[in-house]
Structures are given as structure tokens and as C-alpha cells.
Design a protein around this ligand. Sequence first.
Ligand code: ZN
Ligand code: ZN
Length: 136
Amino acid sequence: MGAPWKGGCLCGAIRYTIDAPITELRACHCTNCQKSTGASGSVNATIQSATFKLDKGSPKRFAGKADSGRTLYRFFCGDCGSPIYSQRETTPEVMNVRAGTIDDSTGLKISLNIWTKSARSWGHIDPASKQVPGQP
Ligand SMILES: [Zn+2]
Ligand SMILES: [Zn+2]
């Protein structure tokens, strides 16, 4: 697959298009991502915000303190709760889109795992990927 990438939340209230190449994914094992996803963490495509377009709906925003101490805005569907993307308060020009909300991400791989020091014992980490214990 390739650009444009289409995606959305579980209930369909939020739909988006990313018009940029996505070549790699980054998995975050921080405790906030674990709570926010109910899983071992989040898996994200880092993109320029200018390439992201909402086609439908408008996500709710939660301002959380990241493990790094910075404020991280987490955007999610207010109807079904799907996490859609996150943005640092200080760098709104970049966003991390939750890879599981992309309709078809065939071929993409996780190339970097961050915050592995708080990884769950049952969270899979590809040994071939790059790993960083905290914030890279
Ligand atoms: Zn939804
Ligand atoms: Zn995280």
C-alpha cells in the first residue's frame, strides 16, 4: 500500500486521509500509552500534520503528562473511544497516528521501540528492531 492512506475509528464517526509516504512504524511502551490503548502500548506512524486531513468527525482531545514530563495531546473518538493520534504541545506540526486505525497498513513494520524500560512482559518486541529504554 501507499499514499494516500485512509483510516478511521471503530464506529466510523472519524475518518481521515494521510497524503504522505509512511515507511516505518514506531512502538511506544510508555505507561500512558498502555492505559490509553488497554494493550502493551501504541504503534504509530509519525507524519507531518500538514499531510493529515480529517474527512469526517472531530476527535476529542485529552491533555496528558507524558512519561517524559511533556504535555501530550491524545486525540480520540468521543463516541467509540478509539485513539486516533497524538501531538506534543510544543510540536503541533508533527503527529503520531495510531497505526491500528489505518484501514490497510500491509507491508509496514515496526522499526523502533521506545520506552522499553516500561514494556509489559507480554508485549512483543521484534528483536531485529531498534530499541530505546526511554524517550529517544
Ligand atoms: Zn468512533
Ligand atoms: Zn507512549
